[in-house]
Structures are given as C-alpha cells and as structure tokens.
Ligand binder design. Structure first.
Ligand SMILES: C[S@@+](CC[C@H](N)C(=O)[O-])C[C@H]1O[C@@H](n2cnc3c(N)ncnc32)[C@H](O)[C@@H]1O
Length: 282
C-alpha cells in the first residue's frame, strides 16, 4: 500500500524531468482525477492509502501527460465561463481568452445566435445557458466535434434550444435564415506559427481546429463576406482573432460592408476579438 502523497511526489519529479511546464499543478489535478475527489479536498485525503485501481488510474494519467496529452483531455473536461465542458481529442480545449467573446456577446440583447466552428460548443452553449430565452445554431466541419457539442448541450440542459449542423461555415443554412448575433472562433494560426506550437497543442489538438494554413485568414474571408446575408437588421458579428490579426480582420469586416468595427483586447492586453455591426444595407 502507498499513499496519494507518495505517488504525487514521484509523479511531480517525473513530469519535471520531462520538461512539463507546471508539474506540481498537473500532478495534483491528475491525482484528484484518479482518486475521484475535488481538487479542494485533495489535501484532506492525500495521506490515505490508495487502492490498486486508483494507483493504476494515476499511473495511466501520468503516462498520458508524459506523452504531452493536455490535462483537460486526460481528465475529460475543462471549466469555461463557469461551467464544465466535456473535452476530447476531437475538439479544441476551450481557452480562457475566448471568454472575452462570450462577455461581449452578452453585453447586448439577442434572441437568436449562430456559432461557426462550434467545436466543444463552449461559446454557443455558454450563451444559451446565460440567456434562457435565446435559441442557437452551431456548425462544424467535424462530425466528431459535433458529437461532443451535443453531449455538452445535454450536460448544460440547453439541448432543446440548440441545433447543430455538419458542414462548412454558412453552407448548411437556408439562404433566408438570419440571426441577431453571429459568433466564431475559427482556426486562425498561420502555417508558419504551427511549427512554434507546444507539443500539447500541435500533437493532441485537431489540426482542423487550429489552422486554415497560409496566412491564417481564410476563414475570416469567407465568414465576413457571407455574414451580412445571415444577420438581422442591427445584428452583430463577433470574431475571435489571433493577436496580430486585428487590422487585417477589421479591414475584411469593413470591406464586407460593416461600418462599426472595433477591436477588443484580452486580459493580457492583446487584440482578441473583432466586433462588427452597422451593416450598410444596399
Ligand atoms: C478554433 S476551433 C474553435 C472551437 C470552439 N468554438 C472554441 O472556441 O473553443 C475552430 C473550429 O472550427 C471548425 N472548423 C474548421 N473549419 C471549418 C469549416 N470550414 N466549417 C465549419 N467549421 C470548421 C473546427 O473543426 C473547430 O471545431
């Protein structure tokens, strides 16, 4: 028999030796996962003996982390905007930066919302959970990502107010469908930046969620051009961007006919969201 504390000490040393960024934090989260206890209770139970099953589960989790699998994928969930979302290797691990887009979306009323590249559904489902009268639609090219989004919709209890489509950007929509709000966090990493990503992201997150290739702007080109056809009068478009893409994406919004275009910064002071409204109807 051994205790959680003994296992933890050994695991931290192994993760540190492998060059993992924050070995103590990761090992604690994974121990809590293996023992089936909340992180806040870990200190209380850490000196108890662990069962063989718990020791095996912890060893499997540490081995996965040594292969650079992200912690959220190993434990199968990630907190986003105050709720836990199921995360698998088929979806982007929701990022804290994306919460800015949710904040901006909630800063004005909407009844209908469309989310392009919904992935885990973290943006769309957070919006529906926060606005109980709203209904939403989400699209993704990945069938497996949509399975995760549907599971998350049920987990949050908003499944009756959401519809998901498999397809590319606006293609699955009827030509006449319009929304008060269109949101997207599309793939935007440039081809060159892909080589600089950590192994956790490059190896374990879906390539299709990360980059459209080239200069990273292709999704914005399609979305900004087509969005006006699917926005209600006074509708808003909110796009998460890479921190160097503010000018380029703002220019795309203006050339698509939006007169009111603003770039918003995240908590680190980096450009993170472009908000576009005031579409000039011909
Ligand atoms: C950066 S991830 C965003 C996921 C989620 N919305 C979030 O914020 O965490 C981009 C998503 O766009 C999807 N995607 C990529 N190309 C697409 C396309 N042509 N049409 C629809 N979705 C696409 C990917 O599968 C992925 O789920």
């Amino acid at each position: 028999m051994t205790t959680g504390a003994v296992l933890l000490a050994g695991a931290v040393a192994r993760l540190r030796e492998a060059g993992i960024d924050d070995p103590a934090r990761d090992a604690r989260v994974l121990l809590g996962f293996a023992l089936g206890v909340e992180r806040s209770r870990l200190t209380l139970v850490m000196h108890d003996d662990v069962t063989p099953d718990q020791a095996d589960a912890f060893e499997r989790a540490i081995e996965a982390r040594l292969k650079r699998q992200p912690v959220a994928q190993i434990v199968g969930q990630r907190a986003f905007y105050g709720r836990d979302f199921i995360v698998t290797p088929d979806v982007l691990d929701p990022r804290p930066d994306t919460e800015l887009l949710v904040d901006l979306a909630l800063s004005a009323p909407f009844e209908t919302v469309f989310d392009l590249g919904t992935g885990s559904g973290c943006i769309l489902l957070s919006l529906l959970a926060e606005r109980s009268a709203a209904i939403g639609q989400g699209v993704d090219l990945s069938e497996k990502a949509l399975d995760v989004a549907r599971r998350n919709a049920r987990k949050l209890g908003v499944q009756d107010r959401v519809t998901f489509y498999e397809g590319s950007w606006f293609a699955p929509l009827e030509a006449t469908t319009r929304f008060d709000l269109i949101v997207s966090n599309p793939p935007y990493i440039t081809q060159d930046e892909m080589a600089e990503l950590s192994p956790e992201v490059r190896t374990w997150e879906p390539h299709m969620a990360l980059t459209p290739g080239g200069d990273g702007l292709d999704a914005y080109r399609v979305i900004t051009q087509a969005a006006p056809d699917h926005l209600a009068m006074d509708g808003r478009l909110l796009l998460e961007i890479g921190h160097l893409q503010g000018d380029a994406v703002s220019a795309l919004c203006r050339s698509a006919g939006f007169s009111d275009v603003t770039v918003h910064q995240d908590l680190a002071g980096k450009d993170r969201v472009v908000a576009a409204s005031g579409f000039q109807w011909a």
